[in-house]
Write a protein that binds this ligand. Structure first.
Ligand SMILES: NC(=O)c1ccc[n+]([C@@H]2O[C@H](COP(=O)([O-])OP(=O)(O)OC[C@H]3O[C@@H](n4cnc5c(N)ncnc54)[C@H](O)[C@@H]3O)[C@@H](O)[C@H]2O)c1
Length: 364
């Protein structure tokens, strides 16, 4: 018997989830919900066997929904997490869990209580925790090839989501996207943040920073820097990105980069010089759903399945780093006319970095 799923939110991520679930024999999507009529029309076309509804009530009340997948925006999420768990359903949710950090911690508490008392599982799409290349880098640290880990350098800059284009509930780009890298740095260090200093920039004179760099120390003594911005050649003729993770130890180092198709780790260890290359793996949604299916079928949580707690901690630090940046000089460079040109260009792009669906009726 397949595990039954109700999808809430049928935008860009909702469609990725559907595609993955349709390829996994262990699952059957029975409901899709979106208030937007165009999204519902598309959902009926792509998944004719599912009941397509405008309001989440039908999913929360349905007996043939074991797992609720929450991929609307975070303003509606706290209530959806609470209702799904109360209705006895497992939860796969997008990040961040809620607009306010207090609400995120309430969601964590509710999920942990539901797992302990009723065997319900909740996970969150902190997809960098499920990337093969980050697990490989952890293995390299543990192998001693780097000596003692000393410095972590993390960078992710793309011509992605522009200010005012969507996702407003999720905060500036360092929160919406940067929280993934805040989570990753903790994971690689296996330690908590201790001290930090953040510098941000209001690109195109937008009210919020769209680029931020933070550096500081972890409790373990390792130092880090994280750079994130959707500012990388937004109007360049041919777009590209700059994404890397570099771990420098007392004796060796390793460096990872990817082009979203292939990820490559170059290890310069004390005994080994190696180039490890495999497909990038995208958002690893297949891995997330495999972890959830195995947890449900075994009745035990898969140890690597990301926890809501991971997301809340990363979100809280991302907000703290943004707050810290606001305490310092935050220059504004560029102007809103440039930003309008960027938005206009992105409106007309069919394929690109983080393009949101515009006319849901016509998207296939
Ligand atoms: N984990 C990741 O790497 C990653 C990547 C991209 C987006 N996200 C997150 O996924 C979420 C969705 O992002 P997206 O890019 O798909 O956004 P989107 O705007 O494309 O889609 C959101 C959809 O939710 C629908 N919606 C709004 N309120 C709703 C409600 N109350 N009930 C049901 N549906 C509702 C909207 O009509 C829309 O179709 C966001 O929280 C975003 O931060 C995560």
């Amino acid at each position: 018997m397949a595990i039954t799923v109700g999808l809430i939110g049928f935008g860009r991520m909702g469609r990725c989830y559907l595609q993955t679930l349709q390829q996994d024999q262990r699952y059957r999507v029975t409901y899709i919900c979106d208030p937007d009529e165009g999204c519902r029309t598309l959902a009926s076309q792509l998944c004719p066997e599912a009941k397509v509804v405008a309001h989440e009530d039908a999913i929360m009340n349905a007996l043939d929904v074991q797992v609720v997948v929450l991929c609307a925006l975070c303003d509606s999420r706290p209530e959806q997490i609470r209702r799904a768990l109360e209705a006895g359903k497992h939860v796969v949710t997008e990040k961040p869990l809620a607009p306010l950090i207090e609400q995120e911690w309430q969601a964590v508490e509710a999920a942990e209580k539901a797992e302990q008392e009723r065997g319900l599982f909740a996970t969150v799409n902190m997809y960098l925790l499920n990337s093969w290349y980050h697990h490989e880098m952890r293995r390299i640290i543990d192998s001693g090839e780097l000596g003692e880990l000393a410095i972590m350098r993390v960078c992710h800059m793309t011509p992605g989501l522009a200010p005012g284009e969507g996702h407003e509930a999720e905060g500036p780009s360092f929160h919406d996207c940067g929280m993934h890298y805040v989570c990753l740095t903790r994971f690689l260090a296996q330690s908590e943040y201790k001290t930090w200093h953040a510098q941000a920039l209001r690109m195109w004179s937008w009210k919020d920073p769209w680029w931020l760099q933070v550096h500081g120390t972890m409790e373990s003594g390792v130092v880090f820097d994280i750079t994130q911005g959707f500012v990388y050649g937004q109007l360049s003729k041919n777009q590209t990105h700059n994404s890397y993770v570099e771990l420098i130890g007392t004796q060796g180092f390793c460096h990872m980069t990817h082009d979203f198709k292939t990820a490559v780790i170059n290890l310069h260890g004390v005994n080994t010089t190696e180039c490890i290359e495999h497909p990038h793996g995208g958002k690893n949604i297949d891995i997330l759903f495999a972890q959830m299916a195995e947890s449900i079928l075994d009745g035990h949580r898969q140890p690597d399945m990301p926890r809501l707690r991971d997301s809340a901690i990363a979100s809280e630090y991302a907000w703290k780093f943004l707050d810290d940046a606001r305490q310092h000089e935050m220059p504004a460079i560029g102007n809103l006319d440039e930003l309008e040109r960027i938005r206009e260009r992105r409106r007309n792009l069919k394929d690109g970095y983080g393009i949101l669906p515009r006319n849901n009726k016509n998207i296939t």
